[in-house]
Design a protein around this ligand. Structure first.
Ligand code: COA
Length: 173
């Protein structure tokens, strides 16, 4: 395991070596190597990566705008929303290279992603952060940070942005 002292995150670009990234989950490796830049050019999602100091990717996440049907959300999240769907931001993928797992990199990447979601929400609106967990262990990871599964799908979890804003205000004061 190699510890990353501080995260230097940057928008993915074609000078970053993505081909050797291995988080242990093949669809996530493939997304980074094959799809991530294309999705950016198609304006479907934007990927942010952190490097291991030698130019290779140590971890990444991707974010896109999203909306989610009120029927999948708790009453608390849907209350007062006069639409059928609730707008938000989706962290569709987040992964850490095997060499760096278990050292806090995932937690730092998630915090970086959530700060970005908070800024997006302040600029453009967005009431929830939605995450797609690839499996139960990934869902357990997100649960540690207050994410709750939506109705009918334990692998899609949400966090209300107002809760996030309170956590950020608290941790900065
Ligand atoms: C899930 C993943 C992103 C976690 O990253 P990481 O760098 O290993 O996690 P961290 O070291 O930052 O751990 C942060 C906290 O989450 C906990 N945690 C880590 N992985 C966990 C898991 N799978 N289930 C439950 N808790 C987990 C850690 O114990 C730690 O808790 P602590 O702060 O109390 O010590 C990483 O293991 C990974 O990339 N896995 C493969 C891809 C994947 O499943 N991605 C998930 C989204 S699709």
């Amino acid at each position: 395991m190699v510890k990353i002292a501080q995260l230097h995150c940057k928008r993915l670009n074609d000078s970053i070596n993505c081909t050797e990234f291995d988080c242990g989950v093949e669809p996530l490796n493939r997304f980074l190597a094959v799809r991530a830049l294309t999705e950016m050019s198609q304006r479907l999602s934007v990927t942010t990566a952190t490097s291991n100091g030698e130019g290779a990717v140590a971890g990444f996440y991707s974010i896109s705008p999203t909306q989610i049907g009120k029927e999948f959300l708790s009453k608390n999240i849907g209350r007062g929303v006069p639409y059928e769907t609730v707008p938000g931001m989706r962290i569709g993928r987040l992964a850490v290279h095997k060499d760096h797992q278990g050292n806090g990199t995932g937690a730092m990447l998630l915090r970086h992603a959530l700060q970005k979601c908070l800024k997006m929400s302040e600029e453009f609106g967005g009431r929830v952060v939605v995450v797609d967990a690839k499996n139960d262990t990934a869902a357990a990871f997100y649960s540690r940070y207050g994410f709750k599964p939506i109705k009918d799908d334990p692998l899609v979890l949400v966090l209300k942005v107002s809760t996030l804003a309170k956590i950020e205000t608290h941790s900065n004061s």
